[in-house]
Design a protein around this ligand. Structure first.
Ligand code: SF4
Length: 549
């Protein structure tokens, strides 16, 4: 087993000294020439580049660097650029030579004060707009190095954080966005999402996973949170005598959803009581922490550990971490999962609380302006309870509106430029950032999504909800493999010239319609796509049987 070479040691020392002149001794002292040194069993000289950065200095320990760089308005060196992601700060060059802040908003649950605070951050230190993400989260772009600390301090002031929002951490914990007021839900999962969020935040060791990790809680409610696209998806379900358990609500546990790798999460056989869910997720995380691949980034997600070990061996390790016995029950011994309402995230819907309704507000591909956000926050206070929810469908939900106030609320919503209704096409549109803000993108996904929607609406009357997901690259932030129609950005050639286009996949879905879409067309120039999609939809409408999806 090789130790550090002299060159490596000098490199590490110089990196530290660049940004930590007054800490050079201590920091360099972290390194060792001991050939036995290892990170969770992986020898130091076999660590991937990113693992070596984490080994040299914990990602959260870059606050001094941020202060220094903010004072000088400079970007950090390459290693610290990676550590900034531990605070949710992503340098998005070359599309924008600035940072993007990704927050943590567990369950997508905000209050109007926090919503206004985010609008202020975007106006004061960002690009004067915000984006709702496909994890029911918020991103703010165009933040210069001098404002990084200001932004992070303000985020804390409004009761939010971005710790662990990027790099090799557990990302924003998602939950059914109607949790707590959905008449169909089996259990309110908001407290579980919050408990999971705080568990992660308060254990420094969990900021050092081999790779990113996603966790989601589905309440059985009517709005999907795409839990089966997560590394762990908890699905609420009823079980009783057939499962040999006390009758009640439990969770099925699905593992290893990575849609960018064309894989939805699958049921691993576990039936978990709600009181056990956070502990089971924590145990899974710790097994992944200790045994995930730290040499090869391409194989560092939990999926690859479970592919190597199988569910059986993996869950044996999970069991060893728990003080209670795991419960294995065949899926068919539980009641079926409740069906989703594909239009439940927009429009007016009754709550389980008598006399109250929630309104899903359409925010096309998730973008909002600060002025609109202030007005929306004021309306939320006036007509609702101040509670707001962000969805995986890149829109937001305002709950707790008295039924008799709905007409006034809708009228006011329209005055500030928002709507609660939309077409079957626009309501299921999801687009990642695209090439106006992400260096990986091969196409302008957000602009194309609008053009495509308008074209379809002008040429077709669609009587059923349709999900179109546009993603700029194989990372699949917009999860194109679970769209009815999925587009993945691709450079195409037309008359010898390079133009923006997409690979096209068809037939994806989530939850009770779970399926990975099939590759159908490769590298189609965008100029040809609107008409092609309309032709495909006409064929579908003509040939479908019994209103099939
Ligand atoms: Fe960027 Fe690719 Fe993610 Fe789109 S899918 S935001 S292009 S990384």
């Amino acid at each position: 087993m090789a130790a550090f070479t002299q060159e490596q040691k000098e490199y590490l020392a110089s990196r530290i000294q660049e940004t930590y002149p007054f800490l050079a001794q201590n920091a360099v002292g972290q390194f060792t020439n001991d050939p036995e040194e290892a990170v969770y069993g992986t020898p130091i000289d076999e660590l991937s580049k990113e693992e070596l950065v984490k080994y040299k200095q914990h990602g959260l320990d870059c606050w001094d660097t941020m202060l220094t760089n903010a004072a000088k308005n400079i970007f950090p060196n390459e290693d610290d650029m990676f550590r900034y992601k531990f605070y949710g700060m992503f340098h998005v060059k070359p599309t924008q030579d600035s940072f993007m802040l990704r927050c943590r908003i567990p369950g997508g649950i905000l209050n109007s004060f926090q919503f206004k605070g985010l609008a202020e951050i975007a106006a004061d230190w960002g690009g004067n707009y915000t984006d709702i993400t496909t994890r029911g989260n918020m991103q703010i772009r165009e933040i210069m190095p001098k404002n990084v600390v200001n932004v992070l301090q303000k985020l804390t002031d409004i009761g939010l954080t971005s710790r662990g929002a990027g790099a090799d951490n557990v990302r924003n914990v998602t939950a059914t966005p109607t949790s707590g007021f959905d008449p169909q839900e089996l259990i309110d999962v908001a407290p579980l999402a919050k408990a999971m969020h705080h568990y992660i935040l308060n254990d420094r060791e969990l900021y050092g996973l081999p790779r990113k990790f996603n966790i989601s809680f589905d309440s059985g409610g009517q709005v999907s949170t795409c839990a089966d696209t997560n590394d762990i998806g908890f699905y609420a379900i009823r079980a009783g005598a057939a499962a040999d358990v006390e009758p009640g609500v439990y969770f099925r546990v699905q593992l290893c959803g990575i849609t960018g790798h064309k894989q939805l999460a699958s049921d691993c056989g576990l039936l978990v009581h709600p009181d056990e869910a956070v502990a089971v997720a924590a145990a899974i995380l710790r097994v992944f922490l200790e045994h995930g691949d730290r040499s090869n980034r391409k194989r560092a997600r939990m999926k690859y550990l479970i592919d190597d070990w199988g569910h059986g061996k993996f869950l044996e390790h999970v069991q060893e971490k728990l003080a209670f016995d795991l419960r294995f029950v065949p899926l068919e011994n539980c009641e079926p999962m409740p069906k989703k309402n594909r239009q439940g995230h927009f429009g007016i819907h009754p709550q389980k609380q008598q006399g109250l309704s929630y309104v899903g507000v359409v925010t096309p591909v998730g973008r909002m302006l600060p002025e609109q956000m202030h007005q929306l926050a004021a309306l939320t206070n006036r007509f609702g309870s101040g509670n707001m929810r962000l969805t995986a469908w890149q829109n937001l939900i305002i709950p707790d509106i008295r039924n008799e106030d709905i007409p006034s609320f809708i009228a006011q919503l329209k005055i500030i430029g928002f709507n609660h209704t939309t077409s079957n096409v626009a309501g299921g549109l999801v687009a990642c950032t695209g090439n106006v803000g992400c260096k990986f993108a091969a196409a302008n996904t957000k602009a194309h999504s609008r053009i495509l929607t308008e074209y379809i609406e002008q040429h077709l009357e669609l009587d059923t909800p349709l999900n179109i997901h546009l993603t700029g690259c194989p990372h699949s932030c917009a999860q194109h493999y679970v769209g009815d129609i999925g587009l993945q950005g691709a450079q195409c050639k037309v008359d010898g010239k390079s133009v923006e286009g997409y690979h096209i996949v068809l037939g994806g879905g989530v939850d009770d319609n779970g399926a990975i879409a099939q590759d159908v067309f490769q590298a189609v120039p965008f100029s040809e796509i609107p008409d092609l999609v309309v032709q495909m939809l006409k064929t579908y409408l003509a040939k479908r049987q019994d209103n099939e999806d």
